[in-house]
Ligand binder design. Structure first.
Ligand SMILES: Nc1ncnc2c1ncn2[C@@H]1O[C@H](COP(=O)(O)OP(=O)(O)OP(=O)(O)O)[C@@H](O)[C@H]1O
Length: 255
């Protein structure tokens, strides 16, 4: 189990003031949702938490140790990132791509072994892309690519998941399946933080929420306290109607 501590963190959004410093701990078993309008800094935050871009101030500690004191391999063993956008670097099949998730666990020239293949195969099956294993990634649909990206992180088997809009491109069934997978990861003692544009997925699947405003202001806390319709309307600059379905609030934009 791992925990990620965000201490007095100011993310570096170009041209924006510092806003409110973030201070929270991503604990094992928690599912955090990050909400905010386009450009609020959600992706910047996840990339900062993964050590891929520097912060303006503050620190990120992985199990008590500052991220910038750790090597990439050590970080990648603990922390997996589902990117929002991906480019095809070189032609690779679906299976080869999933196996990239094993790289942090292999020495530089070590080939993947039976256990690595088994993990990749299981992840491809779990994300419903095993039947595409021999296909080139460049031939996949948007939703298939998204499921492969998540299967690759599942193959990596991190203790902390950072997922940038993990339901992007997914149909309703696969959205639910991916949210169930992330909840299952948390249930197994891993920690999850995901950026979401769908308030209703956040209301149903996240237990903690971080609201990021375009000016750098932020607030965070337990889901029920954060799902205040007035606060959400201010966050998005959008009027909302609220209902309750199966015990969870549902938010619908009003024309
Ligand atoms: N390298 C860069 N140079 C200049 N501006 C940048 C750079 N990277 C990000 N930004 C700006 O920082 C802001 C935050 O971007 P970020 O991608 O974190 O937003 P987001 O909340 O994830 O948005 P979205 O919901 O659209 O994905 C945006 O206004 C973006 O244009």
């Amino acid at each position: 189990m791992s925990r990620l501590e965000i201490r007095d963190l100011i993310i570096d959004v170009p041209g924006r003031g510092d806003g409110r410093a973030l201070g929270l701990i991503l604990e094992p078993g928690q599912v955090w949702g990050v909400l905010g309008p386009n450009g609020a800094g959600k992706t910047t935050l996840l990339h900062t938490l993964a050590g891929l871009r520097p912060s303006r101030a503050g620190s990120v500690l992985l199990d008590g140790r500052p991220l910038d004191a750790l090597g990439r391999r050590e970080i990648a063993r603990a922390l997996g990132l589902v990117f929002q956008d991906r480019q095809d670097g070189f032609p690779a099949t679906v299976r080869e791509t999933a196996l990239i998730g094993r790289h942090p666990w292999l020495s530089p020239w070590q080939m993947e072994g039976g256990e690595d293949l088994r993990l990749a195969e299981g992840a491809l099956q779990r994300l419903d892309v095993a039947h595409l294993a021999e296909r080139l990634v460049s031939t996949l649909s948007g939703g298939e690519r998204q499921r492969l990206a998540i299967a690759t992180v599942l193959t990596q088997a991190p203790r902390i998941w950072l997922a940038d809009e993990p339901t992007n491109h997914l149909d309703l069934h696969h959205q639910t399946a991916v949210m169930a997978l992330l909840a299952e990861q948390a249930g197994a003692g891993n920690a999850v933080m995901m950026c979401l544009h769908d308030l209703n997925l956040a209301a149903r699947w996240c237990d903690q929420l971080l609201l990021l405003y375009p000016d750098g202001e932020a607030c965070w806390g337990p889901r029920d306290a954060m799902l205040e319709p007035a606060a959400l309307e201010a966050l998005y600059g959008q009027r909302l109607a609220t209902a309750e379905v199966e015990g969870a609030p549902v938010f619908v934009p009003v024309r």
